[in-house]
Design a binder for this molecule. Structure first.
Ligand SMILES: C[S@@+](CC[C@H](N)C(=O)[O-])C[C@H]1O[C@@H](n2cnc3c(N)ncnc32)[C@H](O)[C@@H]1O
Length: 222
């Protein structure tokens, strides 16, 4: 199995000398990449399911990295160990990620950095972290095949954001760039399709979607 562009980008965003807990590691390809970078990164690869964790162990053994990558079976942040400063949550639904943190608020508060890449509900994820002691240090887009993913880096601390900043992402709004435009053009079009499919009695929902489309238009036109 080869590391894809999305996971490589996530790996490149991990700081040197950090102690990472990868929650939902699956095959552990990201963790193998992390320790091979010679950035002095320690890693715990964890997963809730036995099948993926067995695959992770095999991949780690194949690379002879058993000494460097610890594997742990367990739900969410329950696999945390004292000293972990960075948690990676990627390739899962946003609501699952929120649930994982809500189950272990005490551990969540011990973490300095969360690197998260939710498949959906990105705005909910941003609001959740920023209401619970974190701010958005960085946001990145990565295009892998035909998909564009958001990678969000939350750091311990506080910042206030407007509705618009939560919608687009405060850092994305500052940086913009071609992937920002492409991502939100797709968001615009998906809303257009949704409006055409909604029955007539969904007036409020349609109005809300139209408002969002206007907001997107304003940001991608300039
Ligand atoms: C689609 S894979 C993503 C793998 C990898 N993180 C990535 O970004 O490609 C999702 C993995 O998360 C694991 N998972 C889902 N919920 C979890 C939880 N609450 N705790 C730990 N692992 C979980 C699943 O078993 C699965 O292996």
């Amino acid at each position: 199995m080869k590391l894809n562009t999305r996971l490589k980008k996530i790996g490149d965003l991990v700081e040197a000398n950090s102690f990472c807990l990868d929650v939902g590691c699956d095959h552990a390809l990201l963790d193998i990449y992390l320790v091979k970078q010679n950035k002095d990164i320690q890693v715990i690869a964890s997963d809730i399911a036995e099948g993926p964790l067995e695959q992770a162990k095999k991949n780690i053994q194949r690379e002879r990295l058993e000494e460097k990558i610890q594997t742990k079976l367990g739900d969410g942040l329950s696999t945390y160990e004292e000293g972990v400063d960075t948690v990676i949550l990627s390739g899962m639904g946003g609501r699952n990620m929120i649930g994982i943190c809500k189950n272990d608020f005490k551990i969540m508060k011990k973490i300095k950095t969360f690197i998260v890449s939710p498949n959906n509900y990105q705005e909910d994820v941003k609001r959740f972290f920023c209401k619970n002691g974190f701010y958005l240090l960085n946001e990145e887009f990565v295009k892998d095949g035909k998909f564009i993913y958001q990678i969000l880096i939350f750091q311990k601390g506080k910042k206030k954001y407007s509705k618009k900043e939560y919608f687009f992402g405060p850092v994305f709004l500052q940086k913009k760039g071609p992937l920002f435009r492409e991502y939100y053009l797709r968001e615009y079009k998906s809303r257009e399709i949704l409006i055409s499919l909604l029955p007539g009695n969904y007036k409020f929902k349609k109005m809300q979607l139209q408002k969002e489309m206007k907001m997107i238009q304003n940001e991608i036109e300039d």
